[in-house]
Design a protein around this ligand. Structure first.
Ligand SMILES: Cc1cc2nc3c(=O)[nH]c(=O)nc-3n(C[C@H](O)[C@H](O)[C@H](O)COP(=O)(O)O)c2cc1C
Length: 382
């Protein structure tokens, strides 16, 4: 007798189309920086790790944040770097993931004021809207307008390289307090020129121009995701959009510039964004109401604590069946099109296939040390 499924997530195993790309199901592995690149190119270990998640059923993998082709973009050679120099290594990696049946979006990133000297592979200054990290910290200096045009061109160039290297799309990292988000957030953007302003729509000018450049570089038949968050690593209470009207206007600008998919980065997918307006609607749900583009939700599916508590030392444990059923309820209600599973897929490469079979994924308790491991973690046998 087949067992009754513990969670019936069958609705999330329907395929989905996006600008000519067909994804087999609604599960995504979001960008997670593992520092498994060497001189900006993916190692075989990283490629194997992706392939195991494809074999485990995930429909779309988003690479860890990869620096764009600009000397100020990142601080570590262990992070991915998308440039003519690393293109061949990325082509080998993405080719193997495609051969395994997977789709990959490359996440394109610039650290802005967060970049510190550290292991930086270049001596370039750290550039950002105003040299402000947030949370009372400063670093580097404000970029000049010509430098900003160079950085926008670097995003476009790296997006084209990602496409030529076999990516199925790109995701632009505009969240968590890094460069593009530094433009959007009032605390980190104090510019007096066309790239600053008192409203988020004015502060979005640089990001909009950058998206337009990426769209021109990749052509019309290539998906672009934009990852946004209200929270920043330096301030969990920060806000980009103060209310649904601002969110609507902001997404409208990005959508017209060429975005197909918004990735609503939250720490807990069920948390209401504006509880006074709707105690049952998270950021992804509000985005879905604000745009006709597709939306990805994320945040602690199957886990009892959020990613930042986890990386700052607390141990994450399974949240039990309730969290999975809540995900399915919100998906079936139309709050989002895709769901990202981050730490769950670090802990269990077969997370998606296990859920497909109606069982709970073998999410193990894991700690900060586990997140920093450079090996596969032993999975729990249920
Ligand atoms: C080790 C680690 C590295 C991460 N690196 C990135 C990154 O490079 N880019 C990004 O946008 N988010 C990054 N994140 C955030 C994840 O994409 C995701 O939003 C977060 O882990 C919440 O999902 P989860 O609760 O399912 O883990 C990272 C998370 C972890 C655990």
């Amino acid at each position: 007798m087949p067992r009754e499924p513990v969670v019936d997530a069958s609705a999330m195993f329907e395929p989905m189309s996006l600008r000519g790309l067909t994804l087999p199901n609604r599960f995504v592995m979001p960008a997670m920086q593992r520092s498994w690149c060497s001189d900006g190119g993916p190692t075989d270990f990283l490629t194997d790790y992706y392939c195991r998640r494809v074999e485990g059923g995930v429909g779309l993998i988003i690479t860890e944040a990869c620096a764009v082709d600009h000397p100020s973009a990142t601080q570590s050679a262990k992070y991915g770097w998308i440039s003519p120099r690393t293109a061949a290594a990325w082509r080998r990696c993405l080719g193997r993931v495609r051969d395994a049946g997977g789709h990959v979006f490359v996440q394109l990133w610039h650290e802005g004021a967060v970049r510190v000297g550290g292991e930086s592979p270049t001596a370039a200054p750290s550039l950002s809207p105003s040299g402000i990290v947030g949370g009372g910290r400063t670093n580097g200096r404000a970029a000049t307008e010509p430098e900003l045009r160079e950085i926008a061109a670097a995003f476009a160039r790296s997006a084209a390289i990602a496409r030529e290297s076999g990516a199925s799309g790109v995701e632009l990292h505009a969240c968590h307090g890094y460069l593009l988000d530094q433009f959007l957030w009032a605390e980190t953007n104090r510019r007096q020129d066309d790239y600053g302003g008192t409203t988020v729509l004015r502060r979005a000018t640089f990001v909009v121009a950058l998206i337009e450049g990426v769209r021109r570089a990749v052509g019309d038949d290539f998906p672009i995701s934009l990852r946004l968050s209200q929270w920043k690593e330096v301030d969990y209470g920060a806000r980009i959009a103060r209310d649904p009207a601002e969110l609507h206007a902001l997404l409208g600008l990005f959508r017209s510039a060429g975005v197909d998919l918004f990735h609503a980065s939250t720490r807990r997918f069920w948390q209401p964004e504006w509880p006074e307006l709707d105690p049952d609607l998270g950021l992804a749900g509000w985005m879905k109401r604000a745009t006709d583009a597709a939306v990805i939700a994320v945040g602690s599916v199957g886990l009892d604590i959020d990613v930042m508590s986890n990386v700052s030392g607390s141990t994450a444990r399974s949240s039990g069946v309730h969290g999975y059923r809540e995900m399915v309820r919100r998906f079936e209600r139309g709050d989002f099109d895709l769901m990202s599973i981050g730490r769950g897929q670090i802990g269990d490469p077969n997370w998606v296939n296990t859920l497909r079979s109606g069982r709970l994924p073998a999410v193990r308790a894991f700690s900060k040390a586990d997140l920093l491991q450079d090996r596969e973690l032993p999975t729990l046998v249920q």
